[in-house]
Every structure is written in structure tokens, then in C-alpha cells.
Ligand binder design. Structure first.
Ligand code: XMP
Length: 319
């Protein structure tokens, strides 16, 4: 009978067989998948693994610190923290197409990993927390012709010129299974239970061109929203919740003045694997509370809407 303990043992054997005496670098994203992949690979090959956390400036509030603290302090896994905010945000200047954003970010990730691999004397393998749905969704959309909906950069978008081979120990698993494996590996519950966060980060939560100013506004709104969700005890009932900053300004009134600021859309969905999803049925009073707080506390936003689109026909992210 198949248990996660058995999967873990088999996966460790498979990683050892694939990697041999090679060196592996693993990109950490701040999400559950890459964290679980890293801990599993570390169990298999110990210090042949180096983790790389690339701060692309598209993270949420305090996210970088949480990842670095978990890996350095709790696990003692060698971790390189790369400050690449200027590189990524510079390259995204003037880019507004969602797929071009993903490809730009995916290419830069590889450049940074290559550079970090050189610094440690070369790496033979690049490890990623790719899951089964990532493989499926990047290839085709169920039931239809083979059309790419979104090129999740941890699957597609890897240039052929890359010298490293891929290690993807979670390729057969769904998210709920990765969480079980994470618990099996002793990852803290606060980490295992985290909502998914996409590799391109906040870049795909600002439709159109991103700027540092928009990123700052979005981070603040997102923090308020998630804070209210946690306070209401709803975090664990929701697959994913986040704010989106729309490139649209509308007129409002505050005190005795006119405002002309951005619109923020709130998204929250339930799902088991991210492939289909339903919008979360918040109570109106909850949504009203979040809207009031965001408009009062976040300079640059004067209107809040709630996205009631399910997947399909929508997708979870807006880009
Ligand atoms: P969609 O928006 O396709 O999202 O319904 C399904 C799940 O995938 C995540 N997502 C991504 N993850 N790179 C990632 O690593 C990406 O480019 C990407 N796009 C979407 C999304 O957050 C959701 O969990």
C-alpha cells in the first residue's frame, strides 16, 4: 500500500541515483513546492545541495525574510540569498504582455542560477518543485486542442542552452500530496499550509506594465487583505487569496477632496489542485471591512472590487 513515507524513501533513492556525486542547486520561491523539494533533496544528498533564493523584487511583504530564516536557521541548508531586484524590475520596464513577463522572468532566473552555480564551482543539476498540474497546464488544456494557457516558468521557458539537467522530484504529485510530504519531512505547519505563490510573483498581479510604485501599493493592499482573512479564521479554508492592482484609475471622494487613484481587485478561490476553482463566498460585511481598510490605509487605491469568476472560464491569476 502506497503511503507518503514510502514515496519519500523511493524519491530519496531516485534522487541519489540520478545525481550521483553531482552538485545540485535548487531555486527557492517562498512557496511550499520548492521548499519541500529542497528539504527532500537535502535528505537525499546533504551538502551536495545549495539552495538559491532569488529576490526579484516581486515578492510580497516580508516574504524574503521568512524564507531565509526558515532555511538558514531551522534547516542549516546552505542558502544563497541573491538581491536581484534591480535586474528583474529593470528588465520588465515597458513589458506589459503576460507571457513576455513570464519569459523575461524565467530567463533571468536561469541567468542568475547559472551565475550562482559558477560561484560554487559549477553545478550539474537544477532542482525545481514542479508539480503534476504545472506539467499538464503548461502543455495543454484538458479537452481542447493543444494550447498553452500560461507558460509556468518552472516548466516551460527553460532555454535549451541551459547546461544543468533538471531534478524534479515532485513531478507526479498534486498540491495536497506535497503538503502531506512536507509534514512527513517535518516542515513547520505555517509553511506547509501556505497559499501557493507563483514564480513570477507580483508581476502577474499587476496587469500591464509594472512599476516600483505599483508594486509598493499592491504589497500594502495584499497585506491588509491577508491580515483580515487570518483574523476571520478563513486562511485555511481558502486555496489562494491575493490582491490585484488594476491599471485603471477612478474618481473618488475622501474628506472634502477629490481622489483619482487605482482600483484594487480582491481574489480568493477554493480548489483542490489549482486546475479548477470556485470563487470564495465571503460575507458582504467581511468584504466591506477589507475595502474600508485598504482605502483608508493604502495611499494610491480608492476603489475595491471582488472577483467572482470561477475557473474555468477564468484563471486563478489575472495574467
Ligand atoms: P492559473 O492562473 O493558471 O493558476 O489558474 C493556477 C495556479 O498556478 C499558479 N501560477 C503560476 N505558478 N508560475 C508559477 O510558478 C507561473 O507563471 C504561474 N501562473 C500561475 C497560480 O498562482 C495558481 O496557484
Amino acid at each position: 500500500d502506497w503511503t507518503m513515507k514510502a514515496f519519500r524513501d523511493e524519491a530519496i533513492e531516485r534522487i541519489r541515483a540520478q545525481v550521483g556525486k553531482g552538485r545540485v542547486i535548487c531555486g527557492l520561491s517562498g512557496g511550499v513546492d520548492s521548499a519541500v523539494a529542497a528539504v527532500l533533496i537535502h535528505e537525499a544528498i546533504g551538502d551536495q545541495l545549495t539552495c538559491v533564493f532569488v529576490d526579484h523584487g516581486l515578492m510580497r511583504e516580508a516574504e524574503a525574510d521568512q524564507v531565509v530564516t526558515l532555511f538558514r536557521d531551522s534547516y542549516n541548508i546552505p542558502l544563497v540569498h541573491v538581491q536581484a531586484q534591480d535586474l528583474f524590475i529593470g528588465a520588465l520596464e515597458g513589458v506589459s504582455d503576460p507571457e513576455v513577463k513570464r519569459k523575461t522572468i524565467g530567463k533571468l532566473f536561469i541567468d542568475v542560477f547559472d551565475a550562482e552555480a559558477k560561484k560554487i564551482g559549477g553545478a550539474d543539476f537544477l532542482a525545481q518543485g514542479t508539480l503534476y498540474p504545472d506539467v499538464i497546464e503548461s502543455v495543454s488544456f484538458t479537452g481542447g486542442p493543444s494550447v498553452t494557457i500560461k507558460s509556468h516558468h518552472n516548466v516551460g521557458g527553460l532555454p535549451e542552452r541551459m547546461n544543468m539537467k533538471l531534478v524534479e522530484p515532485l513531478r507526479e504529485l498534486f498540491k495536497d500530496e506535497v503538503r502531506v510530504l512536507g509534514r512527513e519531512l517535518g516542515l513547520p505547519e505555517a509553511f506547509v499550509g501556505r497559499h501557493p505563490f507563483p514564480g513570477p510573483g507580483l508581476a502577474i498581479r499587476i496587469p500591464g506594465e509594472i512599476t516600483r510604485e505599483k508594486l509598493d501599493i499592491l504589497r500594502k493592499a495584499d497585506t491588509v487583505y491577508l491580515d483580515e482573512i487570518r483574523k476571520a479564521g478563513l486562511y485555511d479554508d481558502i486555496w489562494q487569496a491575493f490582491a490585484v492592482l488594476l491599471p485603471v484609475k477612478t474618481v473618488g471622494v475622501m474628506g472634502d477632496g477629490r481622489t483619482y487613484d487605482f482600483v484594487c481587485a480582491l481574489r480568493a478561490v477554493t480548489s483542490v489542485d489549482g486546475m479548477t476553482a470556485d470563487f470564495y463566498p465571503f460575507e458582504m460585511a467581511f468584504l466591506g471591512r477589507v475595502a474600508t481598510r485598504i482605502i483608508n490605509e493604502v495611499k494610491g487605491i480608492n476603489r475595491v472590487t471582488y472577483d467572482i469568476t470561477s475557473k474555468p472560464p477564468g484563471t486563478i491569476e489575472w495574467e
